[in-house]
Structure formats: C-alpha cells, structure tokens
Design a protein around this ligand. Structure first.
Ligand SMILES: CC(C)(COP(=O)(O)OP(=O)(O)OC[C@H]1O[C@@H](n2cnc3c(N)ncnc32)[C@H](O)[C@@H]1OP(=O)(O)O)[C@@H](O)C(=O)NCCC(=O)NCCS
Length: 181
C-alpha cells in the first residue's frame, strides 16, 4: 500500500522539499549514480562511465533557473537522496487540457527501496493536482525494468506512445506511462 511506504520514509527521517542551488552537487551525484546502475546494459559502458559530475552540475545550474517547472529533493540528515522534476508536458499537444509531466525522478542507488522515490512521487502528484492537472505522463527508457516496476506501483499504465531519444551519440527507445490525478 502506498501509504505504508510513505510512513516508513517518514520514520527514516526522509523529507521532501524544494531544490536549492546548494543542493546541486548532491543532486548531480545522485543523478549520475542512478544512471550508471539503472541504464547499464541499455546504454554502453563508454557512455555511462564517461558521465561527468561537473557536466551534470553545470546543467543543473541552468535547469534550476527555468520557470514553469518544479524541482524537489528528498533529503535525509542533510544528505540529498534524489530528486523529482515536473511541470506542464513538453510534448506538443492538440489536447485542450494538456497533461502534467514528470521530467525526471532519480534516487541514489545507495538509497533505493527505502521509500525516497515514493515520497518524491507522492509530493509531485499532489502538487500537479494542485496546479489543476487531471492527468500526468512520464517517459522512460524501454527495457528499464526498475522504473517500470516503480511506475506500475504508483498506478501508472503504458499509454502506447514511443519515441527515439539520443544520449552521447547513442539512440534508445522510450515509452510513455500515464495516470489520472
Ligand atoms: C525508480 C526510482 C526513482 C525508485 O526509487 P526508490 O526510492 O528506490 O523507490 P521506493 O523505495 O519508493 O519504491 C517504491 C516501489 O516502487 C517499486 N520499485 C522500486 N524499485 C523497483 C525495482 N528495482 N524493481 C521493481 N519495482 C521497484 C516497488 O514496488 C517499491 O515498493 P517496495 O519497495 O515496497 O516493493 C529509482 O530506482 C531510480 O532512481 N531509478 C533509476 C532512475 C530511473 O529509472 N528513473 C525513472 C526514469 S526518469
């Protein structure tokens, strides 16, 4: 049950709050570490081992200033465990009521399965609902069994949409999950 996980995250002292500029080193570390574990075998070792924390930090310095998106972190005892970022969908929509989108949700692998992801997702869904969205989407790499398990647990379903993305010159397929808010 979703609430059991949230209660256990609270017991462990995990809090979810707005990301600050001073969180960026911790966010970049968690982001890269999660990529290296979750996408091993999907992206090449060369791409994953070549990821540089300075590059991620630089990207986050710019991302954190963007308007019309929310970035939250999960923190435990002053350590950044992970983040979630969300806002209006980036997809072109004819829809009169475009959905919200989770742009990314990443937790450092040292802290997987203790409820940080669930706490971040729960807060993101609550805030998107508060912003008036009635549906949310999230794109994830095809073959990423971890995120699939996580999204299904959070009541997302595959929507049938696919796209091709690219990272470090490597192309990969992504699938879209969706759920009502
Ligand atoms: C997906 C991710 C954010 C989950 O974070 P987390 O803090 O470990 O998640 P939680 O501990 O809150 O897990 C919640 C539930 O999700 C499901 N889940 C989490 N990891 C899973 C896995 N490896 N396989 C199957 N289900 C999983 C489980 O149902 C879990 O509940 P349980 O532990 O009680 O069984 C984390 O694994 C991650 O950063 N993955 C790499 C990045 C990624 O793929 N992000 C999504 C694409 S943007």
């Amino acid at each position: 049950m979703v609430n059991d996980g949230l209660a256990s995250a609270q017991c462990r002292g995990i809090i979810v709050r707005q990301m600050r500029a001073s969180d960026i080193p911790g966010v970049a570390r968690a982001h890269i570490a999660a990529w290296r574990v979750a996408f091993r075998g999907i992206l090449s070792d060369r791409t994953l081992d070549g990821l540089r924390v300075e590059h991620f930090e630089g990207a986050w310095q710019e991302i954190i200033q963007r308007e019309n998106r929310t970035n939250l972190v999960a923190e435990q005892g002053g350590e950044i465990l992970g983040y979630v970022a969300f806002g209006p969908t980036h997809d072109l929509q004819d829809d009169a009521r475009p959905p919200g989108e989770i742009y990314g949700i990443y937790v450092h692998p040292d802290h997987w399965r203790v409820g940080a992801g669930r706490s971040l997702m729960s807060q993101a869904l609550k805030q998107l609902r508060g912003q008036g969205f009635t549906r949310v989407i999230v794109w994830t790499m095809a073959g990423n069994a971890i995120s699939r398990g996580f999204y299904e647990k959070n009541r997302f379903v595959l929507d049938g949409g696919e796209r091709t993305s690219e990272r470090g010159g490597e192309r990969f397929q992504e699938l879209v999950f969706t759920r009502a808010l």
